[in-house]
Design a protein around this ligand. Structure first.
Ligand code: SF4
Length: 407
């Protein structure tokens, strides 16, 4: 949207400043996300009472009428309307209300064209939209619809343009990237990655969150031949207990998950595996939580993002019995965060004394920071390198959860 607006002569300003139009790209993943979106809209109107405040995206998609009742919001648009944002704004004085397109009626990927408006050194490239998994706690399939994959040609085109603009690393993202190609003929994620790997001058391919079941022997064997793939995989586990996983409608067991991790570790001995965990899912007993804890200690993820389960209106889990109290969720979350911090520290310390390539991203004070391909944050003295440069760095010591080195 930002790129489309810039192309049509709009000027993008920081959110907290006075603007003529405020666009809140709403999230609906939790009830808190909904609340934040409503707060943002109110704040925008306070900043400039004469402005047009637009609520667009996932929350608007699933709760149009709820948002239309909020006085501070002038225009409510869903996910499919993003592509036409400029048209809706230009016609605002004529048409103030729009019927949001039913997301399930969208059968093909909605192509936005090449997006070259990126972070400084990394381009996030979307390859698909939607999810068919319907985990019982998740609202996303209702906001994003069914799996729709982008064509290989359009993805490659966008990456090539980004590379021409100096981008060295792409992050392959989507709602459920493991489903890439399901709706197209004879193409899957691994085929796509093989094509991306061939783009000249692209240095790194980082994968967004991956459904563990995609990581079969064949997938890893083919992946291991792609030298640009970063050895960093984010595999959402959510729980280390089979009964909890079943209630979540996650379609794997902890035994299968463990095999996936072993497969990756065999192929990439220093691999960084990160994950998401939900604590306090309805019905999670002390015994189930202990199973999760034991499993996590066994797997030793590099980092874990720990979420306290929060019921999301409109999902099956929100109506399940045996909701867990806030106090217990807090306690369980703290326990897992402790394990995560310990693992993170141990993981990064094993690289002290080694040389690794770092993509330098941003200067902060006296240092310039970047990431290794296995996603360790490394900083070197600012005079030793420049933004968007790949430098070999000798890693010397740990500073919090970062490593300091010399180039
Ligand atoms: S796979 Fe991810 S996006 Fe899809 S329903 Fe489950 S949690 Fe939601």
């Amino acid at each position: 949207m930002a790129q489309k607006l810039i192309e049509h002569g709009f000027e993008i300003v920081e959110f907290g400043t006075i603007a003529d139009i405020y666009i809140i790209n709403t999230c609906t993943v939790t009830n808190i996300a909904d609340r934040k979106s409503r707060q943002m809209a109110r704040r925008a109107k306070q900043l400039n009472p004469k402005s047009i405040v637009v609520a667009i995206g996932c929350y608007a998609q699933v709760a149009q009428s709820e948002l239309e009742k909020i006085d501070e919001i002038d225009l409510v648009l869903g996910n499919n309307e993003k592509k036409q944002i400029v048209k809706y704004l230009e016609n605002y004085n004529i048409e103030k209300k729009h019927e949001i397109i039913d997301i399930f009626s969208q059968k093909e990927y909605l192509e936005y064209g090449d997006i070259t408006y990126t972070e400084k050194t990394r381009a996030v490239v979307k390859i698909q939209d939607g999810c068919d998994r319907f985990c019982t706690y998740c609202i996303i399939p209702y906001a994003r619809g069914r799996v729709r994959s982008r064509t290989v040609e359009n993805i490659l085109e966008e990456i090539k343009k980004n590379v021409e603009n100096g981008i060295k690393e792409v992050v392959i993202t989507g709602i459920h990237i493991a489903s890439y190609g399901k709706d197209l003929n004879n193409i899957s994620l691994i085929n796509l990655l093989e094509c991306i790997n061939q783009i000249p001058d692209l240095k790194r391919i980082r994968l967004g969150s991956l459904e563990p079941t995609i990581i079969t022997d064949e997938f890893v064997t083919r992946l291991s031949k792609l030298e640009k793939i970063c050895h960093h995989f984010h595999l959402s586990l959510q729980s280390g207990c089979n009964d909890t996983l079943k209630r979540m409608n996650r379609r794997y067991t902890v035994e299968e998950f463990k095999k996936v991790v072993e497969r990756l570790k065999r192929t990439y001995p220093e691999v960084a595996i990160t994950t998401d965990i939900i604590v306090g899912f309805p019905g999670e007993t002390e015994e189930e939580f202990e199973q999760t804890k034991k499993f996590l200690k066994d797997i030793k993820f590099y980092k874990m993002h720990v979420f306290k389960y929060s019921p999301r209106k409109g999902t099956k889990a929100a109506t399940m019995n045996a909701q867990v109290s806030g106090e217990i969720k807090e306690k369980r979350s703290n326990e897992l965060i402790c394990i995560s911090n310990k693992n993170e520290q141990e993981y990064i310390e094993q690289f002290i004394g080694k040389e690794m390539e770092v993509l330098l991203e941003e200067q902060e004070g006296d240092y310039i920071k970047g990431h290794t391909e296995n996603y360790i944050t490394v900083k070197i003295k600012a005079n030793q390198g420049n933004e968007n440069e790949l430098r070999t760095v000798k890693l010397q010591k740990r500073d919090g959860m970062e490593l300091i080195g010399v180039a």
